[in-house]
Design a protein around this ligand. Structure first.
Ligand code: ATP
Ligand code: MG
Length: 391
């Protein structure tokens, strides 16, 4: 029996976007997510996206898993394909729904006939299919109000379809419909979650990662690449900019008051990320900061950090508890990678007593005195770029 996936566009949110843009972008994103899963045709007709395997070896479980990661899809169904003849529908319906119905005690059939040339009306189709199912599974009872399972029959322009289970999608808006934004990605738990959340709002991503060799290792960078390749399952391919920050960090250590090390580092990160955003046509920065989580994320510290950013900054985790962030990172599958123990440039030269209420003009003055501009230029010039694909 031939099986396909149906995605109803009627179930999607269309806020401030025209339908064509939304559909075009979504179709492109679905195709990206399904590359490598086999020979599959993706097309749109009658407000529905059809995902059709073209060969027998396509694993539809895998396809479903990938579709469930594409933003802009609220729900979808796997469906059995029938000829547009009532005989074929009556033959296939009991067989296709059998496994699900064996575990149920009640069911109903709902039919929809968008091809009005089909000789039977919807109620008649439902009655006949219901009868065929009852003959095959005599333990079942019909319950039209609260059935365990609803079997749906749809007679459309190019075929008839039977399905009985709605699978939840990722929701959100198709990646790219909100523009491009730059995530500051560390190897921690928070920033991959922040990237996921903003991408869900339709942002395509590029990423900036700061490293400080030899204090941080190549393996630490590879961990960040793996994190991005997980985020890319949802967000699509991500261009990663790796910036060497060793010289800047050593200059901060040598030239600045110790209690300001962290806040100055955070400011430099914002400055460099803003420059990369500008260069790549990105409209905003994204960080994994959460109010009060660490000394550099108090309100005063965030104000000092924000002051150095030359772009709009999105901080989607700002009001979330650590446990909520962890739960989300588990759900999107970044958690296990995030907790691998590699060093991050934020954890070298950390002050014993970081200032939790830094005063902006003192911080600015300390940064001026340290004269970091030339080192920042140099870091920007040594930036390496790599495209990270979904894994
Ligand atoms: P995370 O879990 O994302 O590392 P965190 O709670 O450890 O966050 P910080 O280390 O203070 O917090 O970093 C705050 C934010 O700054 C991070 O969420 C990330 O957006 C950015 N950031 C931190 N370190 C780096 C880095 N090495 N490269 C790029 N961005 C970074
Ligand atoms: Mg961190």
């Amino acid at each position: 029996m031939k099986e396909i996936i149906l995605i109803k566009l009627g179930e999607m949110v269309l806020k401030g976007l025209n339908r064509r843009t939304f559909e075009d972008v979504l179709l492109k994103n679905i195709k990206y997510r399904l590359r490598g899963v086999g020979d599959i045709n993706v097309r749109i007709a009658q407000s529905t996206i059809y995902i059709e395997p073209l060969t027998d070896d396509v694993d539809l479980d895998k396809v479903s898993e990938h579709i469930a990661q594409v933003f802009g899809i609220v729900a979808f169904s796997r469906a059995c394909v029938c000829d547009k003849s009532i005989d074929d529908i009556l033959t296939k319906a009991p067989v296709y729904t059998r496994d699900a119905l064996m575990g149920a005690s009640t069911f109903k059939v709902e039919s929809k006939r968008s091809d009005k040339r089909f000789p039977l009306k919807s109620p008649e189709i439902s009655r006949l299919v219901g009868g065929a199912i009852l003959s095959a599974c005599p333990h079942l009872k019909v319950d039209v109000n609260d059935p365990d399972i609803t079997v749906r029959v749809e007679v459309r322009d190019y075929g008839a379809y039977i399905h009985h289970r709605t699978i939840r999608g990722q929701g959100g808006m198709p990646v790219g419909t909100s523009g491009l934004s730059t995530v500051l990605i560390s190897g921690g738990i928070d920033s991959p979650v922040a990237a996921y959340m903003m991408s869900k709002r339709g942002l395509r991503l590029n990423a900036v990662h700061f490293e400080s060799p030899p204090y941080t290792s190549l393996r630490a960078r590879m961990k960040v690449e793996r994190l991005l390749s997980i985020v890319a399952r949802y967000a699509g391919a991500i261009e990663m900019h790796t910036v060497p920050l060793t010289a800047v960090q050593e200059a901060i250590r040598d030239r600045c008051p110790e209690e300001l090390f962290t806040i100055l580092l955070r400011r430099v990160m914002m400055e460099i990320a803003s420059r990369i955003a500008e260069r790549t046509g990105s409209g905003a920065l994204i960080t994994g900061e959460s109010l009060g989580q660490v000394a550099s994320q108090t309100m005063a510290a965030l104000a000092c950090t924000d002051d150095a950013a030359e772009k709009l900054v999105f901080r989607p985790l700002i009001g979330m508890d650590k446990q909520e962030i962890i739960n989300l990172s588990r759900r999107i599958d970044t958690y296990d990678t995030s907790i691998e123990p590699y060093e991050d440039c934020c954890t070298i030269f950390t002050p014993k007593h970081p200032r939790t209420k830094p005063v902006l003009h003192f911080v600015r003055k300390a940064q001026e005195d340290a004269d970091l501009a030339a080192l920042i230029e140099e870091a920007l010039q040594k930036t390496e770029i790599k495209l990270i694909e979904a894994r």
